[in-house]
Ligand binder design. Structure first.
Ligand SMILES: NC(=O)c1ccc[n+]([C@@H]2O[C@H](COP(=O)([O-])OP(=O)(O)OC[C@H]3O[C@@H](n4cnc5c(N)ncnc54)[C@H](O)[C@@H]3O)[C@@H](O)[C@H]2O)c1
Ligand SMILES: Nc1ncnc2c1ncn2[C@@H]1O[C@H](COP(=O)(O)OP(=O)(O)OP(=O)(O)O)[C@@H](O)[C@H]1O
Length: 402
């Protein structure tokens, strides 16, 4: 063993990770060994803190610091592909209500999927409509009580949505835990999360049934309403999962909202204005965008913190990392109540002393891509929002002197 190796063995940590490494100065190395000088890199170790406890093993798969060099492993946000190991057998179709074109496509799709020998589930309302049209649809399955929904993820291989973004949000909200892959067909006007054309449903579904499917894994936020009146935290209400955002606003009150915001144990700020949006990156192109937030690729794991009409000249929106827990508190001295809404629905009043605790859910919503995740996102902002659409400058005009 040469001298350098012996030295580096000495500095090797107990678990085989170098706590620091000995480097040889290159210039001096070219002279004699006698003149060579050892330069020692400062020793360090990295820790990951989980719920306040230090944990060396946590996330070693993502960041490594072998030999004193910090490097990151392959990122989780790479394009994800779903490959069926056995053919999918059961599909749930969720449809936007009160639309004739949706009803027509739904009935056609049910017939087509039946020919492919798939089991088909629809919502109770849709089954009633189908059976009223023809007794042929008697084979279509549904559920009778809310409890039936909670077991759906165990039966359903994939979900088809026929509608707009609101229908995708509706489908996602039916699953309080794991969500089967969603194949969203566009039958709305904007369709940010609905890349598939309903006119081409046969080709699309053929390739979905065959796989592999490119997937966008859309993160959701888990929201707990904590009532001042409740004796213990989490005592009263079930957590609510949102795919777009949770909004806390002043509702019908004419007073400014006054919301104290904490991130983990740090005070963030006090929101005085119309309210605050806490958005996923999928929701970054919805209400948060309208309130001045950035557009963020849906695979980026983060939480957008976007004020609504803040009465301040310097309140710019923030994007926080996915691992934080946020607490939005209505202070006891607040002049009015605040209102929370979840993906634009289920408004809940928050009285002074009540709080909302928000963190990233472990149950994302996998949605099938038409191309891939990035391609679909760029297509949506170009075609849905006409992002950066500008006439190209004419060729004729002033030129640089030759
Ligand atoms: N000022 C605003 O822009 C504003 C106000 C209230 C609610 N909203 C959004 O509406 C959503 C509820 O949607 P809905 O369809 O049930 O209600 P809705 O029928 O009122 O439609 C709201 C609009 O937002 C679009 N939208 C929804 N999610 C989107 C997303 N992730 N990216 C881009 N656009 C999206 C829809 O296509 C639709 O055009 C809420 O989650 C909220 O984000 C927006
Ligand atoms: N299966 C469902 N049951 C009840 N309500 C639903 C269902 N699917 C969608 N909705 C509601 O219907 C409304 C309209 O749906 P959606 O947003 O999909 O259609 P749209 O308004 O035509 O589309 P877009 O907003 O993208 O133009 C939304 O508020 C949504 O929550």
């Amino acid at each position: 063993m040469n001298g350098t190796n012996q030295k580096s063995q000495l500095y090797r940590g107990k678990n085989g990770i170098y706590s620091h490494e000995v480097l040889r100065d290159r210039e001096q190395n070219s002279y004699s060994n006698v003149h060579s000088k050892l330069i020692r890199k400062a020793s360090f170790k990295l820790h990951w803190s989980c719920n306040g406890e230090k944990n060396d093993q946590h996330k070693h798969d993502i960041v490594s610091f072998d030999k004193g060099n910090i490097s990151t492993a392959e990122r989780s946000s790479k394009q994800i592909c779903l490959k069926w190991e056995s053919p999918p057998q059961t599909v749930l179709i969720i449809t936007k209500p009160n639309s004739t074109s949706v009803k027509v496509i739904c009935a056609e799709m049910v017939r087509w999927l039946r020919e492919k020998h798939l089991n088909i589930y629809v919502e109770p309302r849709v089954r009633t409509e189908l059976v009223a049209e023809s007794s042929y649809y008697n084979f279509v399955q549904t559920w009778k009580i809310e409890d039936g929904i909670s077991l759906l993820h165990e039966k359903v291989d994939f979900v088809v949505t026929l509608g707009g973004d609101g229908t995708v949000l509706w489908a996602a909200s039916m699953f309080k835990g794991p969500v089967p892959p969603i194949v969203p067909f566009s039958l709305g006007s904007l369709g940010f999360m609905t890349p598939f054309y309903s006119e081409k449903y046969k080709e699309c579904l053929k390739s979905i049934l065959q796989g592999p499917i490119s997937i966008t894994l859309r993160h959701r936020l888990q929201c707990h309403v904590i009532r001042e009146a409740a004796k213990t935290e989490y005592e009263t209400e079930e957590p609510i999962l949102v795919l777009n955002e949770v909004t806390i606003d002043r509702g019908i009150s004419s007073f400014l909202t006054n919301l104290e915001c904490y991130c983990d144990n740090s005070f963030v700020t006090c929101v005085q204005g119309d309210g605050l949006i806490l958005s996923t990156t999928s929701g970054s192109t919805a209400y948060s965008l309208a309130a001045g937030g950035s557009m963020v690729h849906p695979q980026v794991p983060g939480i957008l913190f976007t004020p609504i009409c803040p009465h301040s000249l310097s309140f710019r929106p923030l994007i926080l990392p996915e691992y934080v827990t946020l607490r939005i508190q209505v202070p006891f001295n607040s002049r009015g109540h605040a209102w929370a809404s979840f993906d634009g629905k289920d408004r809940k009043q928050l009285a002074p002393g009540d709080a909302l605790v928000i963190s990233m859910s472990i149950w994302p919503v996998p949605t099938a891509c038409e191309g891939d995740s990035t391609n679909d996102f760029l297509h949506s902002i170009h075609h849905g929002l006409h992002w950066n659409l500008r006439k190209t400058q004419a060729f004729d005009g002033p030129r640089e002197a030759i």
